[in-house]
Write a protein that binds this ligand. Sequence first.
Ligand code: PMP
Length: 286
Amino acid sequence: MSRTVYVNGEYCAEEDAKISIFDRGFLMADGVYEVTSVLDGKLVDFDGHAKRLERSLKELDMASPVTMDELLEIHRELVKRNDLEEGGIYLQITRGAPADRDFAFPDPATTPSSIVLFTQVKNLANAPAAQTGISVISIEDQRWARRDIKTVQLLYPSMGKMMAKAAGADDAWMVEDGQVTEGTSNNAYIVKGRKIITRQLSNDILHGITRAAVLRLAKEAQMEVEERGFTIEEAQDADEAFITSATTFVQPVVSIDGETIGTGKPGNIALRLREIYIEESRAKAI
Ligand code: PMP
């Protein structure tokens, strides 16, 4: 069935949605995005995603075509029009479509930003991978140096997923100067005893909205949290490993570069964090 999507101020059928070939998102990956998950027809942590979007736009000196209140309304309208119970809403804002291709940024007064949103149906809470755990490989982190900005430059992460697939694994963790930065589309964690270890925030990683919630919940549950880098060897030696993102929530990792983690089954801490994260998300979704 055709979805209703949102493009530059209008709701329309997906097959009628159009963006200019001069759009800088298309020509130069000059755009930012967010993915907000939907549980029970409600938005999970919309506020966190809206705040990060505002920050990404500011860092790139890009104007927002809507206010955050309008954005919330558009999200809710898309959930309603598409009867979305569980899945996500993809949002993209680009620096618009100037009259011609030029490296210099166009004047926002004459070239408004473009905005596109669409819904995606996905089984989130009962995703099979959460029961089995996933396998990851390690690859070199070859992305640009401003990974804290959520841009649509996703070629290297896509290549990373393909490298994982070619190696018979589910995903890849990226490594820079000997330490894990993050997963191709998620933040990476290991567990030693009751201590959760994940890389500290900087320009080297995306500041995950799920990461912030999960670390807060872990502390509230009296688990210890240490924000620092770790090596693949330390991860292979850990009791547990897991990833977080808006669409995977907390997902256990059971093997890294072919080495089994812990018992080879999803760990108790990862499963407990997943449970309390989903519980809180359902309770607080708007
Ligand atoms: N790191 C990267 C590189 C990502 O692409 C994502 C998901 N977009 C994340 C981390 C997780 O962020 P969030 O929890 O906000 O989805």
